[in-house]
Design a protein. Structure first.
Length: 291
């Protein structure tokens, strides 16, 4: 499906300490991403701090995005602790004009595969908007095995894609396993430092934190990797290497706020209890900004 292909840029969601979306700052970020040529915008992902915002705040962020963008589709994060909450968020996102949904099985108690399967079936029952499975075991403590992805793809027509973390082992083998399990799904990776290799291996999409700040550079890297130009992809990826080191050390979300502040895009800080970067680590993030 073309919605879940190419570069999907994941911006922060600038907000006040109590979660009110700073609409002017969000519009500025989104306009820059669209001008940079991203294929889609992943709004309210982990970088977009979706779990720190309430239902009304999330709905307003989606409304602002759809109002602001001329043609770039919005993929909206709808993860929530309870199934009924995720259903409500899915309906809100569809009503505001989101083109796709990004659904993670958020939980406090670790979930079983059957629980996750039924959760997805229930959320998909309230809207026909295409769903991207969000496989993020670091934050959800749940891993989508290829067998479960195959079951979801067979049972739910609106499941259209999966967003995968970088594997610990061979990336090509990981991609092959999911491709064989669910051939009709678009498959993309997150973890910016390894996504060049994912695209070169044949992945359909790069779900990118850096794309939310340095869109043109990320678009160029995506294009080179997708056409199989390894030399050009390696060259462009090397320009990001210092930033990848910071992302791996402190996480993309924290680094994205520091860089956005440095670039004058917003003065918003991460939502507490997450603390902004300070001192040497902040200096490292700023020094890693591609020239």
């Amino acid at each position: 499906m073309t919605l879940f292909t190419g570069l999907s840029a994941f911006p922060i969601t600038p907000a006040t300490p109590d979660g009110r979306v700073i609409e002017g700052d969000l519009r500025r970020l989104l306009q820059a991403i669209e001008a940079g040529g991203a294929d889609s915008i992943g709004l309210l992902g982990s970088t977009g701090t979706y779990m720190f915002l309430d239902r009304d705040q999330r709905r307003r962020a989606i409304a602002v995005a759809v109002e602001t963008l001329a043609s770039t589709p919005v993929i909206a994060g709808i993860g929530a602790l309870r199934t009924d909450q995720a259903q409500a968020l899915a309906k809100d996102a569809a009503a505001e004009g989101a083109s796709g949904l990004l659904l993670a099985p958020v939980s406090y108690a670790p979930l079983t595969e059957e629980e996750v399967f039924r959760h997805f079936v229930a959320v998909a029952s309230v809207t026909d908007t295409p769903i991207c499975i969000y496989n993020n075991p670091t934050t959800t403590n749940f891993t989508f095995r290829p067998e479960l992805v195959a079951r979801l793809a067979e049972a739910i027509p609106s499941v259209a894609a999966i967003k995968l973390p970088l594997p610990k082992g061979d990336l090509a083998a990981d991609l092959k396993a999911y491709r064989e399990a669910a051939p009709r799904l678009s498959i993309g990776y997150s973890g910016d430092w390894g996504c060049k290799d994912g695209l070169l291996a044949g992945a359909d999409a790069w779900f990118s934190v850096a794309g939310g700040l340095f869109t043109q550079r990320a678009v160029a890297l995506t294009a080179a990797a997708r056409r199989g130009d390894r030399d050009e992809a390696d060259r462009l990826d090397a320009e990001f290497a210092p930033l990848w080191e910071v992302f791996r050390a402190v996480g993309g979300m924290r680094a994205a706020y520091a860089v956005a502040n440095h670039l004058g895009l917003t003065t918003a800080q991460p939502p507490l209890p997450v603390l902004p970067l300070e001192g040497d680590v902040r200096a490292r993030a700023i020094a890693a900004v591609p020239g």
